[in-house]
Design a protein around this ligand. Structure first.
Ligand code: C2E
Ligand code: SIN
Ligand code: SIN
Ligand code: FE
Ligand code: FE
Length: 368
């Protein structure tokens, strides 16, 4: 609904070189109760006034010195950048030629000279109603579009939030804090960037790599938290965290989840084909899986686990060097080694107290 107030407060512009016409129209409008009327007799000022005043309706004379009514219609159309310009043209009663030409130039309707009070008011009210409705629909569309946009961003953020929390839930069991998964995100995206991935892929990796161990949710604490070495049966169970993770992330169409699933499934495959769960070899292993594989080992080596204390950085570096071409893609290993200091910086910046290497560190059985 359009309120009477809105109509009476509408910005009206009168452009007519004949001062007595202007005065007459002004009187009719004032008597009806219109409050905002701007009058102009010099057509050269019309364009700037139109821009400054942003009229909701224009009462426009045709025959004027300098610019005539048709010229001004053209100028207004440029300003509005649409074919709709809210113009009532002032014409003599039987001047059909002028009327048709004005309609073609974009005028909406006519006011007949000499002015009839009732006709003038009725036509102005009609055109204003159309104009105000038109603007309301336009504004509503803009608001709707903005809402949809906000909602889309919110959904994306919520999804990321859930993913991070899930990743954290898995790590909570064998890590004291969720810091590990944040480091994995940062280090994976760094290695991805160094290896020439696009910005979009790097961003995806930042958000999906934290889910690599999500399948640990399905591993019994008696195995996961065992302080010592796993026996054959326990090791068989442990390796299932890859396929459990993949099945948790199965059947989704989102690129984010598909990539996360790949990583959960393949982050323990090895370049030489001796990894699990599928013994994939070399480039058969999805590239994201190769990246998270190397970063995950570095982080595990330099962190405390229920079954091991953290190793010093030099020890971690020498293990990674040994695994070049065995566990890890040789090119990725070279990149990792070349930029080792950057990975150490991320590790140190995002570590909790429990990750700090103690003075008298202990090596686990397998690396003695
Ligand atoms: P995680 O603790 O996150 O370790 C990830 C990967 O880092 C390991 O994958 C392994 O490739 C590497 N890594 C970790 N610690 C060492 C180490 O002391 N020396 C060397 N050379 N590499 C190491 P992996 O072996 O496939 O193990 C997967 C997960 O199984 C581990 O994730 C951990 O949760 C569990 N796990 C592995 N070994 C043991 C163990 O002896 N005892 C217990 N309780 N859990 C284990
Ligand atoms: C891939 O992009 O999936 C293969 C690239 C690589 O393994 O180096
Ligand atoms: C080391 O490089 O020996 C230990 C450094 C650290 O983990 O803070
Ligand atoms: Fe894992
Ligand atoms: Fe991990």
């Amino acid at each position: 609904m359009i309120s009477e107030q809105k109509i009476l407060n509408a910005r009206i512009m009168i452009i007519d070189d004949n001062q007595s016409n202007v005065d007459l129209l002004k009187d009719i409008l004032a008597t009806e109760g219109f409050t905002s009327v701007l009058c102009l007799t010099d057509s050269r000022k019309a364009k700037n006034m139109y821009i400054a005043y942003d009229p909701e309706i224009v009462l426009l004379d045709i025959n004027m010195p300098y610019f005539d009514g048709y010229d001004l219609l053209e100028q207004f159309r440029d300003i509005e950048q649409s074919s709709y310009i809210p113009v009532l043209v002032l014409t003599a009663l039987r001047d059909n030629k002028t009327r048709i030409k004005a309609l073609k130039a974009g005028a909406q309707d006519f006011l007949t000279k000499p002015f009839d009070n009732v006709e003038t008011i009725t036509r102005i009210r009609n055109l204003l109603t159309v104009r105000i409705l038109h603007n309301q629909v336009k504004n509503q569309n803009t608001i709707l579009e903005k809402k949809v946009q906000e909602r889309t961003i919110e959904l994306k953020e919520t999804r990321l939030e859930i993913i991070h929390r899930l990743g954290r839930a898995a790590e909570y069991k064998d890590n004291e804090t969720g810091a590990h998964i944040i480091r994995i995100g940062k280090m994976s995206s760094l290695l991805g960037k160094l290896s020439g991935m696009s910005e979009e892929q790097v961003d995806l990796l930042l958000n999906t790599s934290p889910m690599h161990d999500i399948g640990k949710i399905g591993i019994p604490d008696s195995v996961l938290l065992k302080p010592g070495k796993l026996d054959a049966e326990e090791w068989k169970t442990m390796k299932k965290h890859t396929t459990i993770g993949a099945s948790l992330l199965d059947g989704q169409k989102s690129g984010l989840i598909i990539s996360a699933r790949q990583i959960a499934l393949t982050h323990h495959e090895k370049w030489d084909g001796t990894g699990y769960p599928n013994g994939k070899k070399g480039k058969e292993i999805p590239f994201e899986g190769q990246i998270v594989g190397i970063v995950d080992v570095f982080d595990a080596l330099t962190s405390k686990r229920p079954y091991k204390d953290p190793y010093p950085m030099e020890k971690a570096l020498s293990i990674i060097k040994q695994e070049r071409g065995r566990h890890f893609n040789p090119e990725l290993t070279d990149l990792f080694i070349k930029h080792f200091h950057s990975f150490v910086s991320i590790k140190k910046a995002l570590s909790s107290e429990n990750d700090i290497v103690p003075e008298n560190f202990i090596l686990s059985e397998r690396d003695r």
